[in-house]
Design a protein around this ligand. Structure first.
Ligand code: SF4
Length: 321
C-alpha cells in the first residue's frame, strides 16, 4: 500500500480498475466518478453497503460492474448493515474461519438524501459506537434518483423539483444547506474529510491516509450532477472545479481533533461563475438578474472563508472585500 505522500501528481493515480465500464447511471455522473476513485484508493478488498439512492442503480441483482461485494439497504439502514458485516468479519477472523488477509474494508456509500436526512441518526449511532468503517457521501444536493426533490443539502437559491422559483419565492430554495461536516464532527469521528473528484490527488491522499486509522472514517464528496443541475455531461469536472475555485466547496479534513483546509484557492473566483454554469440557478440570471440573491451567496462564502482563515492563520483573497 502506498503512503499518502506517494500520491503527488495525477500520474500517481492507480491504474487498476475495480469497476467495469457500462452501467445504468447518467453520463457524466460525478457520483460514479467518486465511487470509482474511492475504490482505487482503497484497493479491491471492499464490501460496499449502499443506502438507497442514485448509486443503487449501479448494482442491481444479478448484474454488477464491481469486482467487490455489495449489500443494498434501505435509506436509513446502511450504517447498521455495515456494523453487521464488520462484526461478522471480526468474528470469522477470531474463530479462524477466514485469515486476516481475507478481511474486507466496509464502506457505506450514500447520496445526500440518506446522509443528510433519512439516515443521519443511524450514522451518528455508528460513530458513537466507534464502528471501524468508511462512509462516502456523494452529495449532488438533492434526491437525484427520484426526480431531484430538495434535500437538506440543497443550497440556497437553487431550483429543484420541490423548490421551483415562484412569485412568492423567486430565489427558489429559501433554506440553507445543512453543514454535515460540523454535525459529523460534533461526535469526534476518527477521520472526516471533504473530497472532490476535481482534486484527484487531494482525494486519493485523504482516502489512503484514512486506511491507517481505526474507527469511523467519513467523507463528503460534492459531485456534479448533469441531469439534476442542468449542464452538459462533459462539463462535470469543469463545474466541480468552479465549485472549488469560487470557494463554495471547501476541501478540508478533521483528524486528531483539528480541522485543516487542504486546498485554499489563491484568489477566489466570483460565485456567479459557478452559478451560471447550471440550469438550477438560471432564474438568478433570467428574465432579470437577482443581484440580491447572488450577493447573499457570495456573502455566505466570504463569511465562511473569513472564519476559516482566522482559525487556521492562512491568507485568502475574497471577492468584493
Ligand atoms: S441524477 Fe445526478 S447523481 Fe443521479 S445518476 Fe444522474 S447524474 Fe448521477
Amino acid at each position: 500500500m502506498m503512503s499518502g505522500e506517494a500520491y503527488r501528481t495525477v500520474k500517481d493515480l492507480p491504474t487498476e480498475e475495480f469497476m467495469a465500464p457500462g452501467n445504468p447511471l447518467c453520463a457524466g455522473c460525478g457520483g460514479l466518478l467518486a465511487v470509482r476513485l474511492f475504490h482505487k484508493a482503497l484497493g479491491g478488498k471492499v464490501v460496499w453497503v449502499n443506502a438507497a439512492g442514485c448509486i443503487t442503480m449501479l448494482s442491481v441483482y444479478p448484474y454488477s460492474p464491481l469486482q467487490s461485494s455489495w449489500l443494498y439497504t434501505a435509506f436509513a439502514s446502511a450504517p447498521a448493515g455495515a456494523q453487521g458485516i464488520r462484526d461478522a468479519l471480526d468474528l470469522m477472523i477470531k474463530k479462524g474461519k477466514i485469515s486476516p488477509d481475507e478481511d474486507l474494508k466496509v464502506v457505506v456509500v450514500s447520496g445526500d438524501g440518506a446522509a443528510y436526512d433519512i439516515g443521519l441518526q443511524s450514522t451518528l449511532g455508528a460513530v458513537q459506537r466507534k464502528l471501524d468503517f468508511y462512509y462516502l457521501c456523494y452529495d449532488n444536493e438533492a434526491y437525484g434518483n427520484t426526480g431531484f426533490q430538495m434535500s437538506s443539502a440543497t443550497p440556497y437559491g437553487s431550483s429543484s423539483a420541490t423548490t421551483e422559483p415562484t412569485a412568492s419565492f423567486p430565489e427558489g430554495n429559501t433554506g440553507h444547506k445543512k453543514d454535515l461536516f460540523e454535525v459529523w464532527k460534533s461526535q469526534k469521528p476518527a477521520y472526516l474529510a471533504t473530497i472532490s473528484t476535481a482534486q484527484t490527488v487531494d482525494f486519493l491522499q485523504k482516502v489512503e491516509k484514512s486506511t491507517r486509522i481505526t474507527g469511523p472514517k467519513l467523507f463528503i464528496s460534492p459531485v456534479g450532477c448533469p441531469t439534476g443541475w442542468g449542464y452538459d455531461p462533459q462539463e462535470t469536472i469543469r463545474v466541480e472545479k468552479l465549485g472549488l475555485e469560487t470557494g463554495i466547496w471547501p476541501l478540508k479534513e478533521y483528524v486528531d481533533g483539528r480541522v485543516k483546509h487542504t486546498h485554499v484557492p489563491g484568489a477566489m473566483k466570483p460565485v456567479e461563475q459557478y452559478l451560471e454554469t447550471q440550469a438550477r440557478f438560471k432564474h438568478l440570471f433570467k428574465p432579470e438578474k437577482r443581484d440580491e440573491v447572488i450577493s447573499r451567496i457570495q456573502e455566505d462564502v466570504n463569511n465562511y472563508w473569513t472564519m476559516a482563515s482566522r482559525a487556521e492563520g492562512f491568507h485568502v483573497r475574497l471577492i468584493g472585500t
